[in-house]
Design a protein around this ligand. Structure first.
Ligand SMILES: NC(=O)c1ccc[n+]([C@@H]2O[C@H](COP(=O)([O-])OP(=O)(O)OC[C@H]3O[C@@H](n4cnc5c(N)ncnc54)[C@H](OP(=O)(O)O)[C@@H]3O)[C@@H](O)[C@H]2O)c1
Length: 245
C-alpha cells in the first residue's frame, strides 16, 4: 500500500538518500527543507519524473513553532493524511563545555533535535492514529554516552531517545514510535574533520568502515513496513561502533 511519508531535512545527505529510497519502494514523499531550496527542488524534480505527483515540497524553519504548525497542516492536506513521520532534520556542531555556549545555540540544537520532533509528532498524532502510522526518530549512538565537545547536541539526542520511548507508550496502540541511531555514516559538513580523526573513528568500528546512507534507508524501510510488532526501540546502525568504549 502506498504511504505518505513526511521526512524533515530531506533535501540533502542522509535525508535525501532515504527519501529517494522510500520513493523507489512506491511511496509518496512530503519533502521538508529549510535553506536547501535548490537541492530540494532538484530532488523533487528527479522523483516526480519517475512518478508524477508523488513528491510535495514543504519549507519551514523548525525552530518556528508557527511554521511547524503550518508544515503539519499542509502535510496532512496534501494527500489527505500522513502515514509516516521521519524526524531527520538536525543541527550539529560542537559546544565545548569550557567555552561560551549561547542560549541561541542551545535553542537551535534542542529545537531542531528535540522540540520540533515532539511538536510535529503531537500535531500529526491524529492523522497517524487514523492511518495506523508510525514515527521514526533519527537519534545518534552518542545519545547514550555523549560525544566529547558536543554536550548540547548529545543532550538533545538523549532527549529524543526518551521521547521515542515515552511517545511509544502514549501513542500506542495505533502509532508505533521507533528510532535509528546511526554511527559514522557521512562526515559532518560544518565541523570539518582531519583524515587522522576519521581514521581514529573508523578504527573503533568493528566492521572497520563507515556506513552508507543506504544502510539507514533500509533500516527506515524495515521500521515502517516490516516491523509491525516493534515500538519504543532504538535500532543502532553503527557497524559495531558501540561495542568499543
Ligand atoms: N551523518 C551521520 O553520520 C550521522 C550520525 C549520527 C546521527 N545522524 C543523524 O541522522 C540525521 C541525518 O544526518 P545528516 O548528517 O544527513 O544531517 P545534516 O545534514 O546535518 O542535517 C539535515 C538537515 O537538517 C536541516 N535542519 C537543521 N536545522 C533545521 C531547522 N532549524 N529547521 C529545519 N531544518 C533544519 C537542514 O536542512 P536545510 O539544509 O534545508 O537547511 C539539513 O540539511 C540527523 O538527525 C543526524 O543527527 C547522522
Amino acid at each position: 500500500m502506498i504511504k505518505n511519508i513526511l521526512i524533515t531535512g530531506g533535501a540533502r545527505r542522509v535525508g535525501a538518500h532515504c527519501a529517494r529510497y522510500l520513493h523507489a519502494q512506491g511511496h509518496n514523499i512530503l519533502l521538508h527543507y529549510r535553506n536547501s531550496k535548490n537541492a530540494a527542488q532538484e530532488l523533487a524534480d528527479e522523483l516526480s519524473c519517475k512518478r508524477k505527483g508523488s513528491v510535495h515540497l514543504l519549507q519551514a524553519d523548525l525552530l518556528d513553532i508557527v511554521a511547524l504548525q503550518t508544515l503539519a497542516d499542509e502535510a496532512v492536506h496534501r494527500w489527505g493524511g500522513v502515514d509516516v513521520l521521519i524526524n531527520n532534520a538536525s543541527a550539529f556542531y560542537a559546544t565545548p563545555i569550557k567555552q561560551e555556549i549561547t542560549e541561541k545555540q542551545w535553542d537551535d540544537l534542542m529545537g531542531s533535535n528535540l522540540k520540533a520532533p515532539f511538536f510535529l509528532s503531537k500535531k500529526l498524532a491524529a492523522t497517524l492514529e487514523q492511518r495506523n502510522g508510525c514515527i521514526i526518530n533519527m537519534v545518534d549512538i552518542h545519545a547514550e554516552r555523549g560525544l566529547h565537545n558536543y554536550p548540547v547536541y548529545s543532550i538533545a539526542k538523549a532527549g529524543l531517545v526518551s521521547l521515542t520511548k515515552i511517545l511509544a507508550k502514549e501513542l500506542a496502540p495505533k502509532i508505533r514510535v521507533n528510532a535509528i541511531a546511526p554511527g559514522a555514516i557521512l562526515w559532518p559538513e560544518q565541523d570539518k574533520m582531519s583524515e587522522l580523526e576519521k581514521q581514529e573513528i573508523q578504527a573503533k568500528v568493528a566492521l572497520q568502515k563507515t556506513g552508507s546512507p543506504q544502510d539507514i534507508a533500509q533500516a527506515m524501510h524495515y521500521l515502517m513496513a516490516n516491523a509491525p510488532y516493534m515500538t519504543g526501540q532504538v535500532l543502532s546502525i553503527d557497524g559495531g561502533r558501540t561495542l568499543f568504549s
